[in-house]
Design a protein around this ligand. Structure first.
Ligand SMILES: Nc1nc2c(c(=O)[nH]1)N[C@H]1C(S)=C(S)[C@@H](COP(=O)(O)O)O[C@H]1N2
Ligand SMILES: [Mo]
Length: 377
């Protein structure tokens, strides 16, 4: 029997592959991954309170910016990664050296590249699926995406250090090719164009001018009062409890407690603020919110400043039914229990009768259908 003909590196003859193509695409890819990593750290910090340094309350649009960049950088990386992998894929068929010392080095390099490629594909695939609100897996997206990010960035640093001597960003005369077909420069342009299109296709979620041309940013600008809906009241199972006549918002500090009906909330002093709603999935909108300052509600039970506050939703199950509002946010004059958005009474899907809206805070923590506000002592 004849063995299957396994190709050799030399069998791949496309003139389009070159060190310059790999280097340039690699550089852009590295920038995208670096940006996604840093903005990802910020997102993690916002969602998992760190005991020592609390997340800042200003600028109010900070999270909107960093999370928009996170999703845009990740999306742009998709075509870049595909071209990069294509440009080096013949190396998969390099025959390993026979001499054992060189073989060990070769294997170490192969394993590190394997980790990098697997982690990079995992991050982009889970990230893109998340922005599409598609969770075809059982693990926690946030915890896993965060853990693998460290793997990816570690492997990336090793990779950059190992390949830096081979980096070549400038084409030399010998690289200039004659006529036929796509040139290397053409390939680089097409790759840049694909990355640019990927950006425009998602940026509509954050940047209003791109909205009309962003097929992937479907949720932007739609929904009641011009604000998209993430989870509906029906999906959260609160249709009855949110509309019930005996609805009460309970505000509690130590053994002091008040329970306010929806009508009583509207009779308290009302404050108007302009704050963005910025989802971790990358979409965001600015909106005008009206309602009662969290701080003024806490004053009703004489709660002192400087305490974290537990916020609980009417929603009975799900990871976002309860959050902690750190003390600086609870005491901030623009943090509201919102009753209105863009001049309208909150829609049931936006959290009627009352929802939280606080500055520089991920959308997942802007709890809808509030049931309890409790000072943590
Ligand atoms: N109780 C509750 N509040 C919630 C959620 C939820 O699932 N349950 N989703 C959050 C997420 S992920 C976002 S982005 C915002 C979206 O608010 P909107 O639907 O009014 O746009 O609500 C947040 N508040
Ligand atoms: Mo969200």
């Amino acid at each position: 029997m004849r063995p299957l003909p396994v190709p050799r590196e030399e069998d791949f003859t496309s003139r389009l592959r070159s060190r310059v193509v790999t280097s340039r695409v690699g550089l852009w890819l590295g920038i995208c991954f670096g940006l996604a990593f840093l903005t990802g750290l910020i997102s993690h910090w916002a969602q998992v309170p760190q005991p020592r340094i609390s997340f800042p309350t200003r600028p109010v649009w900070g999270y909107r910016l960093t999370q928009g960049l996170h999703v845009i950088a990740g999306t742009a990386a998709v075509p870049l990664l595909l071209v990069k992998l294509w440009s080096v894929y013949p190396k998969l068929f390099t025959r390993p050296p026979r001499e054992w010392r060189r073989l060990a080095g070769h294997l170490a390099e192969r394993v590190s590249i394997g980790v990098l490629v697997a982690a990079a594909i995992f991050q982009l695939a889970t990230g893109v699926a998340n922005t599409a609100q598609w969770y075809p897996w059982a693990f926690s997206f946030r915890a896993t995406h965060y853990a693998v990010a460290w793997l990816a960035i570690g492997a990336l640093i090793v990779h950059v250090a190992a390949k830096l001597p081979l980096l070549r960003l400038r084409a030399e005369p010998a690289d200039q090719q004659s006529a036929e077909g796509l040139s290397r420069r053409g390939l680089l342009r097409a790759t840049g164009l694909a990355a640019g299109l990927a950006v425009v296709a998602t940026a509509g979620g954050t940047v209003p001018v791109f909205r009309r041309v962003s097929p992937l940013a479907v949720r932007s600008g739609r929904g009641p009062a011009g604000v998209p809906v993430n989870k509906t009241a029906a999906a959260a199972g609160v249709l009855a409890s949110a509309a019930a006549a005996d609805y009460r918002l309970v505000v509690k500090y130590a053994d002091r407690e008040v329970a306010l009906s929806a009508a009583e909330l509207t009779r308290l002093a009302q404050t108007e603020v302009e704050l963005p709603l910025a989802c971790v999935e990358g979409w965001s909108v600015n909106a005008a919110w009206g309602g009662v300052r969290v701080r003024e509600l806490l004053d009703l039970v004489s709660a002192p400043r400087g305490h974290d506050v537990r916020i609980t939703s009417l929603q009975e199950a799900g990871p976002f039914r309860e959050t902690t509002l750190p003390a600086e946010f609870a005491d901030d004059p623009v943090s509201l229990v919102a009753l209105r958005v863009n001049g309208e009474r909150l829609n049931l899907d936006h959290g009627y009768p009352a929802r939280l809206i606080a500055p520089n805070r991920p959308g997942v923590l802007q709890t809808k259908w509030l049931a309890r506000i409790e000072v943590i002592t």
